[in-house]
Design a protein around this ligand. Sequence first.
Ligand SMILES: Cc1cc2nc3c(=O)[nH]c(=O)nc-3n(C[C@H](O)[C@H](O)[C@H](O)COP(=O)(O)OP(=O)(O)OC[C@H]3O[C@@H](n4cnc5c(N)ncnc54)[C@H](O)[C@@H]3O)c2cc1C
Length: 372
Amino acid sequence: MALWQLAKEGVDAIGVEQFGVGHDRGGAGGESRIFRLAYKEGPEYVPLLLRSRELWLELNSLSPIPIFHPCGALTIGRPEHSDLSQVFNSIEQFGLDHRVLSISEMAGIYPQHRLHEGEVGIFDPAGGLLIPQQAIEAAVGAAKNHGAIVLEQTEVLEIDANSTGVAIATTNGTIRAKRAVVAAGVWSKKLLPGRSGRFEILRSVLHWFGTKDPALFMPDRFPVGIRRSGPDSNFSFFPTLDGSEIKCNLHIDKTAVADPDAFDGTISEEYSEFVKDQITGLVQGLDPGRIRAKGYLDGYSADNHPFFGDVPGHDNLTVLSGFSGHGFKIAPAIGEAVAEHVRFQRTTIDMSHMAFNRQMDDKKDLLERNSE
Ligand SMILES: Cc1cc2nc3c(=O)[nH]c(=O)nc-3n(C[C@H](O)[C@H](O)[C@H](O)COP(=O)(O)OP(=O)(O)OC[C@H]3O[C@@H](n4cnc5c(N)ncnc54)[C@H](O)[C@@H]3O)c2cc1C
């Protein structure tokens, strides 16, 4: 997304990817992503989300296949839950369009969800489903159309930034440039040890389920969403586009991973049985005989906010990292902010909550660091 925005602004830019563009091994793997405007992570994200939505629609128009399905997003839970409070705060501060649904209204419109007493639904009509791998391909394609060069299957081995510029050693030779932007996901720890922002690499596990009546789980009937219903009942849900499977992410299993290169996303049958029991208690109409699972990684900071900015002492080396399980939806506006930062050393949207040197509470419980 940064490459797209830089190239669009006429910057001579080279993108370097260690695998193929649109691969499944990074933070964007796993076939689908949620877009929400009414944001449980805090109202400070709403300007980034509003701008991202415009850019998602622009990218959609450039893509041969739809990458943003504007089906709306649901948040389900007790109104007093802190995440729902933040959703309401976002709605109030920015006057966002929304609908609060009582338990009986929810049962009528979304009978797929087995609700608990006291729960409400908040429908965010600007939400939707993103198709990440194709979205990345579309953004890289747009960047190339604006003149960017893209090197695939090329690993960056080392970046040497000094007052005369940056030397980027890769498996295909050295690139010399005025500056570098490092958006290397969980690999940024390895690439820039001690200089990539303070985050942990954690595994999230995605499960896909067959359904008994696929029509009930298409985006118009079963929008994307997040549910906060108790310790083993917090999860996110994603509709099916082709009638085959829905996806759920139970927000409990965040195992720390030391080396992303040695990571194997295989999930044990025992764990999948546990997830199946939890999810079938919360969603009805699933075909529990058809299930598959895979683990994916992202970098999580202690306060769940990403890092955006120059490595201290190097104003020609910008790092974007620690997107804490919720970075995909804001990626286009982050990319635009990178282009502004690189050209003018400022951003239109306030990014201070992502500052490198902010204070963080390192003792925060890992399990509180939910993704989607
Ligand atoms: C299971 C799961 C579910 C999620 N769900 C959502 C959701 O619903 N909505 C949402 O908004 N967010 C979601 N997220 C978060 C979001 O997908 C991530 O925060 C985001 O994709 C991270 O982007 P990134 O650019 O930092 O990393 P990545 O997407 O991993 O990109 C980094 C890229 O850099 C490349 N690279 C790394 N090192 C090198 C090197 N040395 N040389 C060359 N190339 C290199 C990698 O191969 C990779 O392609 C989820 C994350 C996970 C794991």
